[in-house]
Design a protein around this ligand. Structure first.
Ligand SMILES: *[C@@H]1O[C@H](CO)[C@@H](O)[C@H](O)[C@H]1NC(C)=O
Ligand SMILES: *[C@@H]1O[C@H](CO)[C@@H](O)[C@H](O)[C@H]1NC(C)=O
Ligand SMILES: *[C@@H]1O[C@H](CO)[C@@H](O)[C@H](O)[C@H]1NC(C)=O
Ligand SMILES: *[C@@H]1O[C@H](CO)[C@@H](O)[C@H](O)[C@H]1NC(C)=O
Length: 341
């Protein structure tokens, strides 16, 4: 009887104690969280640094507009007259097909969704933007490049044979018809369209391959996972040109366009393979012949302006630049932008 009583008391005590714990655990944690939130307010993203943190950076916040969507959807494909005129002027198409009809055809083939409008305090998306500069040669950046969530490459960029310096993963490959390459199934083709014909080319290249020429002969078919194809929005294209480059140059280079895409869909941006090599030469990392400095004076892009803006982004801690063996200066221009009218 005595024993039984003691057991009961023990059980009772245990039950009360755990009830107490249960009652107070949550409010305690709540208080802690509250204090933490006051002491360390959450940023616009879950990374240590966030691109979208505007703080009191007037230069950045005057340029950065997160509500301009970088990728085309059916909805945002409708262009203002201004934007359409500007965009058609880029490569002066003589007899363009009906833009709405072509867009409609396109979205019957590729998904109509913007996968990246998910910024918030819980997201930490890290990205590598990999230009094609010769400064990647001997850099040993491969593992670092591959360690980011997204790896964005552009134009002809090969990885096979250059893994140690450029890595192996490609989640996004930015190209236009004249610079197209085949991709593997895990990579998103990101088309930068300069004209209505480029959108038609995409449809054709993913299906029956009837378009074989724009102003240059182009790949008639391209290997790419249709479910992952994305299209750079003409509205965003114009925003990059006007808001970031102040309208300088005819239009931005693929390198700069890719950097701006990253800035808008990523929380932390690491930049590789931009600029000349350590000797000031401009060439691609896969080429052995080195071209002279004249190479970067392409006429259509303002390399100076792009480079200045890129450096300012670095100064303001918005991007991290990796310059390979070259440790001074740095140009934001991707040299792989020739072959445009
Ligand atoms: C940002 O872009 C949106 C959508 O294009 C536009 O309505 C808005 O005026 C822009 N904001 C600024 C500050 O330019
Ligand atoms: C590529 O991925 C798609 C779906 O994302 C799948 O239907 C297709 O079979 C894959 N193709 C290859 C060659 O793995
Ligand atoms: C190729 O596909 C396009 C669009 O679906 C179609 O208009 C065209 O007739 C096709 N061409 C050939 C040769 O099949
Ligand atoms: C870029 O910066 C350099 C050095 O500050 C300056 O001389 C040049 O005018 C700038 N170029 C443009 C296009 O802003």
């Amino acid at each position: 009887m005595f024993l039984k009583h003691r057991t009961l008391v023990l059980v009772f005590t245990a039950v009360s104690f755990s009830t107490l714990l249960l009652t107070f655990r949550d409010p305690g944690a709540y208080l802690l969280r509250y204090a933490a939130a006051r002491l360390f307010p959450r940023g616009p993203c879950g990374c240590r640094r966030c691109v979208a943190a505007l703080r009191d950076d007037a230069w950045f916040s005057q340029r950065f507009n997160q509500s301009v969507q970088p990728l085309m959807t059916r909805e945002n494909s409708v262009l203002t007259e201004d934007t359409f005129t500007w965009w058609q002027w880029l490569q002066a198409e003589r007899h363009p097909a009906s833009y709405p009809l072509v867009v409609d055809q396109l979205f019957q083939l590729i998904p109509d969704q913007d996968r990246y409008q998910d910024a918030g305090p819980d997201r930490c998306r890290t990205c590598s933007v990999v230009g094609n500069s010769g400064n990647l040669k001997g850099s040993g950046y491969g593992a670092l490049i591959d360690s980011r969530d997204l790896v964005i490459r552009m134009n002809k960029a090969p990885t096979r044979g250059f893994q140690d310096d450029v890595g192996t993963r490609t989640t996004h490959h930015v190209m236009y018809p004249e610079s197209a390459v085949d991709l593997d199934n895990d990579t998103s083709l990101v088309l930068v369209p300069f004209k209505t014909l480029d959108l038609q080319w995409l449809v054709s290249a993913l299906t029956n391959g009837t378009i074989q020429r724009t102003y240059l002969p182009v790949k008639s078919k391209v290997q790419a996972n249709r479910e992952k194809v994305l299209v750079y929005s003409p509205t965003f294209f114009k925003y990059v040109h006007e808001s970031w480059l102040e309208g300088r140059g005819r239009y931005p280079s693929t390198g700069f366009l890719s950097l701006m895409l990253a800035l808008h869909i990523c929380d932390e941006v690491s930049v590789f393979g931009f600029g000349s090599d350590q000797y000031g030469n401009w060439h691609h990392y896969w080429e052995t012949n080195v071209l002279s400095g004249a190479f970067r004076l392409t006429g259509v892009h303002d390399g100076d302006m792009e480079s200045n803006v890129t450096l300012l982004l670095e100064d303001r801690d918005k991007i991290q630049m990796f310059r390979g063996q070259r440790d001074t200066g740095g140009q934001g221009q991707d040299p792989d932008v020739q072959g445009t009218t």
